[in-house]
Design a protein around this ligand. Sequence first.
Ligand code: HEM
Length: 330
Amino acid sequence: MARLLAWVRTVAVAFGLLFMAMGLASSPATAQVNPNGSAVQEQQLLNQLKTIQGLGTIPDTRSYVLEHPAGRDWQYFHNVTLRWISAIAILGFFAVLVIFYLVRGSVKLESGFSGRKIVRFNWFERFVHWMTAVCFIILGLTGLNITFGRPLLLPLIGADSFTAWSEWAKYAHNFLSFPFTIGVVLIALIWIAGNIPNRVDVEWLKEGGGIVGDKHPAAERFNAGQKVVYWVVVLGGALVAITGYVLMFPFYGTTIDNMQWAQMVHAVAAALFIAFMLGHIYIGTIGMEGAFEAMGEGTVDVNWAREHHSLWLSKEMGREDKPARTVPAE
Ligand code: HEM
């Protein structure tokens, strides 16, 4: 009798194992994982089954998928490839600017300051510029926190501070996206007239724009370099805004695949955008004597206007409807 019982037990165990094996084989794409199960061998399951799926109570069953191959490819992009692209673009371009400054130095005002100033940007233009610029800088820093915060900042400031800062950073990134978008739209509208490429730009570029070399090629209100900045801001701003809102409002007509694309385009475009804008900040500050005042006070020295925007100056001086307001410096 005892031998019979032992035999029955052995057969039952064998069938049990067989059924378990069949169960696994019949659902190779997914596995139900009890998240509370203490003995879940996550990596082993992932290797065997490719997908780990949990249990959920909300109607959207996509949210039950905890890990799947496309997610891991995307995670690799986010944690490795994106960090390399961003670091090379931003630090690489920063290094180029430092070398350029050391070799070329600041573009000086050759004829010196005349003491007479001419209005270049009115208060509304300056307001729109600075609103967009401040939003851009904060969006850039808070966005880079998502890309680099965990490996760089977390070990430095500890988990509690990093959590608190990241929460604020995320709020800032979400909410400042709105004034940033308004700013980009206003920039597109108020400066479009001066930013359509024309023949003057070709000559300006041939002469190196006065930045490479010492010539002072003629330019209208915006030279070819500034026109490039304008279009990068308008088109780059539109790209990060569209992909950013896709990320901010997930799954409104988008799939997981769409979301991953939106994240990749947003992050790479943002990295290139930040790198490019370093060049703009450089020229507007230490790269060119007398340039910052244009956006700071709204006026530039008449000699500066003659050297860098001669066609614009002549036009402003000759305007009969609204003669240029030149003021002596204090
Ligand atoms: C309308 C404008 C924008 C919107 C709506 C927006 C929205 C978003 C959202 C929702 C995320 C994902 C956040 C998360 O994973 O929790 C994100 C990430 C990010 N954003 Fe923006 N953003 C905008 C503009 C910008 C700008 C102008 C920059 C750069 C100057 C920027 C840089 C970044 C970066 C670097 C990331 C992190 C990418 C990553 O590592 O995953 N964003 N943005």
